[in-house]
Design a protein around this ligand. Structure first.
Ligand SMILES: *Cc1c(COP(=O)(O)O)cnc(C)c1O
Length: 376
């Protein structure tokens, strides 16, 4: 456990030192594990009743997972490979939550054979599938909740609506299934504190529906969505915690409460480093081509979240189009990014708070490498 009270800040000198020592070949993500550990402890301090289960998909690097484990964080997975990575680290299967609402039967069989107990469902069909493989599975129901004000809405793809909840509860009774809890997801990069308030209040109502049907729900899973500062100011984890802690008073002490932070844990621990490979003017506007893009770890830049980019130049800032290196027209990262007018070939771009959903999403499309991860 860290005892420091001051928040560690990412130091850009770390990047300069790394490049001075190792040279530069290809884009990479530089991750400061002190910040990672600090984030884990800050999350737990803000919500003392809530056990975090890190969402592995946000950055599945083994060194990230190890830091999380050492700080007392547990895990949430969506696939066989994520589960196996944790089992290889001696994480107990019974503590791992399988939070992907629609799973292949093969993956459920694998998880069950390894001892995973908790499985999310959000439809009668998925409930049937899970209990056919594992009749004593502990099921938690993912309910729909508002994703208003979130960078990424997830509620259009997953989550049971009120009339479906009724059907699922009845179906669970018929199947003799263990409906043991529920979950929701406010959407990723959620800047609207009220979404947690609404989610927890709705959860309380559905808990009562489950109890009325004869179930004994013992788990409330608050999901992910805790934001980091990208383009705009977001509520701090302490502000979110204040709302969450207050709303949790509606649940008795013996209800276990967990959450699934991904982005919050890892995003601000990482800077993504890329290099300018070409520069030109198109239709009167400056274009920079860099050696990583949509396919190479910068997929989120396209979504207008306002990622900040730093450089070593100090020229006047001009709205610049930043494009990736592949020959696909989708591979344009961002338009009108304010960047120094004197940026040139071989200069570096340092993309801030890029530790989550960056190299985790990269592919080798068109022959460009998946960015490496350097840990300090
Ligand atoms: C992606 C995901 C998370 C993590 O979301 P963040 O926005 O990164 O916190 C948590 N739970 C589930 C089920 C997810 O799919």
């Amino acid at each position: 456990m860290l005892t420091k009270t001051r928040s560690p800040q990412f130091d850009i000198e770390n990047i300069h030192n790394h490049i001075a020592k190792e040279g530069y070949q290809d884009p990479f993500l530089l991750l400061d594990t002190e910040i990672l550990r600090h984030n884990a402890n800050r999350f737990m301090a803000a919500m003392p009743r809530v056990q975090p289960h890190y969402a592995v998909k946000s950055n599945p690097d083994q060194r990230v997972l190890s830091c999380m484990k050492e700080e007392g964080v547990r895990f949430e997975v969506a696939s066989k490979a994520e589960l196996d990575a944790l089992l290889a680290m001696q994480v107990p299967a019974a503590e791992i939550f399988y939070s992907n609402p629609v799973k292949s039967r093969r993956y459920i069989e694998h998880a069950a054979s390894k001892g995973v107990e908790w499985y999310v469902i959000d439809s009668p069909e998925e409930l049937t599938k899970v209990v056919e493989v594992k009749p004593d599975a502990k099921l938690y129901l993912r309910i729909y909740t508002t994703n208003e004000g979130s960078g990424y809405a997830l509620s259009s793809k997953f989550g049971a609506h009120p009339e479906e909840i009724v059907t699922i509860i009845e179906h669970a009774k018929k199947c003799n299934a263990n409906l043991a809890g529920l979950t929701f997801h406010v959407g990723s990069q959620c800047a609207n504190v009220n979404n947690w308030r609404v989610g927890i209040r709705t959860a309380r109502e559905v808990f009562d529906q489950m109890i009325a049907a004869g179930f004994k729900p013992e788990l409330l899973n608050l999901g992910g969505g805790y934001p980091v500062e990208l383009g705009s100011v977001v509520p701090s984890i302490e502000e979110i915690g204040a709302v969450v802690n207050k709303e949790l008073e509606a649940f008795p002490e013996d209800v276990r409460v967990i959450a699934e932070p991904g982005r919050f844990m890892v995003a601000d621990a990482g800077y993504f480093v890329a290099q300018v490979v070409g520069k030109t003017t198109r239709c009167g506007k400056p274009w920079l081509y860099i050696d990583a893009g949509f396919y190479g770890g910068l997929i989120e830049l396209k979504d207008g979240l306002g990622y900040q980019m730093l450089t070593d130049k100090s020229g006047e800032l001009v709205g610049t189009t930043v494009a990736g290196p592949t020959c696909d027209s989708i591979d344009v990262c961002v338009e009108n990014q304010p960047l120094p007018s004197d940026l040139a070939e071989n200069d570096f771009l340092y993309i801030k708070n890029a530790g989550a959903y960056s190299n985790a999403c990269a592919s080798e499309f068109n022959g460009f490498p998946i960015p490496g991860l350097v840990v300090i």
